[in-house]
Design a protein around this ligand. Structure first.
Ligand code: NAD
Length: 349
């Protein structure tokens, strides 16, 4: 057993179908009684429903969350929270809604209670992001870590099948990189292996029956664990690539993770035999994930997400310019070859 440091993140988790009904007692349990509900415009109805469940503990609903948290959206939410005298925020939705709550927490210190409806995992991390003039800044701050997370699988049955698969793969990517992270530790690795297993098992069941509540619960359980891994470890080549592709070319978050993951894992697998074994996806987990994505109808090429072949060099330059943790050295030639394969939708190698 090698040496390690393990730091648990201080938060509560309430899990189970129908657990939205427990949100009022949860808000009270963490000391809040005037919360602002934040969600995306597409989920405004759900935001109103959550406000109804909260009753007089809710002072307003702001359905303004946007992908990558534009600073002006964050400012509007902060101003609204101040005007309404909110003492915290309840965020309901995917990573974009959670990100907006984190931005308010960063500036105002208002605690966040999260009700996630995708598998992105942001609710389990102290990582915030803000986008200004086309550039996304990210950072880590304990103040943005939600104080409580309510996982209600019933709220995920509306997630379209395509988004279900790509969001699930996004979560698996956290587990994969957590397993070979420089700050990996035994307990976190158990969570990563279990989280990936739960999602790989649940996703085909959800493609066959998107409203299967049992499978939704299993996927959400996997997403919780994978999100906790994301919050506890330092991500490598895969997340670096996705950050560059999303930030520079505005490619969609979860589909980009889905396409890149097999290629990043194929690159790193020779230097991470323990991670390969822990994943339990056979001797070639990169190929297994690539085939799984194909069988579930997920995108497998960056071209179909809108990337031009001519962008490969630009992205490679960006990834090589800033150092990041990774188990295997990344050369320029290796990176360009990886990106070309991912762009064309070829199998990982
Ligand atoms: P998202 O939050 O942008 O949601 C995508 C769309 O799906 C939105 O229109 C949303 O309203 C809709 N949606 C969400 N749940 C739904 C449901 N159950 N039913 C129907 N529609 C639903 O997408 P995402 O992939 O969850 O989050 C991506 C964002 O989160 C990115 O900006 C990414 O950088 C960020 N993120 C941050 C972290 C972190 O630790 N800081 C981690 C993961 C993701």
């Amino acid at each position: 057993m090698r040496a390690f440091t393990y730091a648990a993140l201080p938060m509560r988790v309430v899990f189970g179908p129908g657990s939205l009904a427990r949100l009022p007692e949860e808000v009270t349990a963490v000391g809040l009684d005037r919360v602002l509900v934040l969600c995306s415009p597409e989920q405004a109805d759900l935001g109103e429903r959550v406000a109804g469940v909260l009753g007089d503990r809710c002072v307003g609903v702001l359905p303004g969350a946007r992908m990558h948290v534009p600073v002006e959206v964050a400012r509007t939410a902060r101003d609204r929270a101040t005007e309404l005298g909110a003492d915290g925020c309840v965020v309901v939705g995917g990573g974009s809604a959670v990100g907006l709550g984190k931005a308010v927490a960063l500036e105002h210190g208002l605690p966040v209670v999260a009700v996630p409806t995708t598998y992105a995992g942001s609710e389990m991390t102290p990582v915030w992001g803000l986008t200004e003039d086309g550039t996304k800044r990210t950072g880590r701050d304990r103040r943005v870590l939600p104080v409580s997370v309510v996982y209600d699988a019933e709220l995920t049955t509306t997630l379209p099948v395509g988004m279900t698969v790509t969001s699930g793969m996004n979560a698996v990517a956290h587990a994969v990189e957590g397993l070979y992270a420089p700050d990996a530790s035994p307990v976190v690795s158990l969570m990563a292996a279990e989280g990936a297993r739960a999602l790989v098992d649940a996703l085909p069941r959800l493609v066959a029956a998107p409203t299967d509540l049992e499978a939704r619960g299993d996927a959400q359980y996997g997403a919780w664990l994978c999100g906790a891994v994301l919050g506890a470890t330092t991500m490598g080549l895969h997340h670096k690539l996705c950050h560059a592709l999303g930030g520079t070319l505005d490619l969609p978050h979860a589909p980009t993770h889905t396409v890149v993951l097999p290629h990043a894992l194929a690159h790193n697998a020779p230097a991470a035999p323990d991670a390969v074994a822990a994943l339990g996806l056979g001797p070639d987990p990169a190929r297994t994930l690539w085939e799984l994505a194909g069988s579930l109808g997920a995108p497998r090429s960056l071209a179909e997400l809108g990337m031009a072949a001519g962008d490969v060099d630009r992205i490679a330059d960006q990834v090589l310019a800033a150092p990041y943790a990774n188990p295997r050295e990344v050369t320029r030639d290796g990176l360009v070859a990886l990106l070309r394969r991912a762009h064309a939708g070829e199998p990982p190698a």
